[in-house]
Design a protein around this ligand. Structure first.
Ligand code: ADE
Length: 232
């Protein structure tokens, strides 16, 4: 990969990356600032997309069209959908699906995008393997999991909704951008990886946990993304 797009939904998720890169130029488009330069020896474009699937999708397509990135990494936080995945742990996307895509009225399964060949988007195996190796080096105190990232325009803080995401999609974590980024990468035929540190359990205590653990979770993803750039 010659140039990698690194997307975080919120400032907190990309600030450390921006501080640590050599910025060559900053370009603004669609209300987003794209920081192009070098991070740990790799050509990167770091950007805060804003929250949600529309922002994430637009941001990814701009990275492809205007910055010619040939791979995308999304870094951020998520709610855990598995008992064994604890706050602070890392989930690496095996694949991604949109949990709020619903054409069940026409007989489609939940999450299936009508008239598209795929609705489950597979992440790049080389990036997954590298991220797992690097995580064990830079974050030895936490566990990493490779599994399904389930995305939707919804902060999940409800036990019933969580149960649905687990039983219907077998998700490992839930967040609000990954599957949109994945879909844009699929359409443009470029590799991607979603990296998420767990900030809460996507249940009735999610909003409280989120506020307490967000910063620590982001610290883990910074070390991981920086380490991946060094070894890529
Ligand atoms: N990001 C972090 N926690 C989340 C949750 N519970 N639902 C959606 N996005 C999240």
């Amino acid at each position: 990969m010659n140039r990698i797009g690194i997307i975080g939904a919120m400032d907190e998720e990309v600030d450390r990356l921006k501080e640590n890169m050599q910025v060559e130029k900053i370009e603004k488009k669609a209300g987003m600032e794209f920081f192009a330069g070098v991070l740990s020896g790799k050509n990167v474009v770091v950007v805060r997309s804003g929250i949600g699937k529309v922002n994430a999708g637009i941001c990814t397509q701009i990275l492809v069209d205007d910055f010619q990135v040939d791979g995308v990494i999304n870094t951020g936080i998520a709610g855990s959908l598995k008992n064994e995945i604890n706050i602070g742990d890392i989930v690496l996307s095996e694949d991604c699906i949109q949990h709020d895509m619903d054409a069940t009225g026409f007989g489609y399964e939940p999450g299936v995008i009508p008239r598209m060949e795929q609705s489950v988007f597979k992440a790049d195996k080389t990036l997954i393997d590298l991220a797992q190796k690097v995580n064990r080096e830079v974050n030895p105190d936490i566990s990493d999991y490779v599994g399904r990232v389930v995305s939707g325009d919804q902060f999940v803080s409800d036990n019933e909704k969580k149960k649905f995401l687990v039983s219907q999609f077998q998700g490992y974590c839930t967040e609000m951008e990954g599957a949109a980024i994945a879909q844009v990468c699929y359409l443009n035929e470029i590799p991607f990886l979603i990296i998420r540190a767990i900030s809460d359990k996507a249940d009735n205590s999610a909003t409280m946990d989120y506020s307490e653990f967000e910063a620590k979770a982001i610290e883990h993803t910074f070390h991981l993304v920086d380490g991946i750039m060094k070894q890529l």
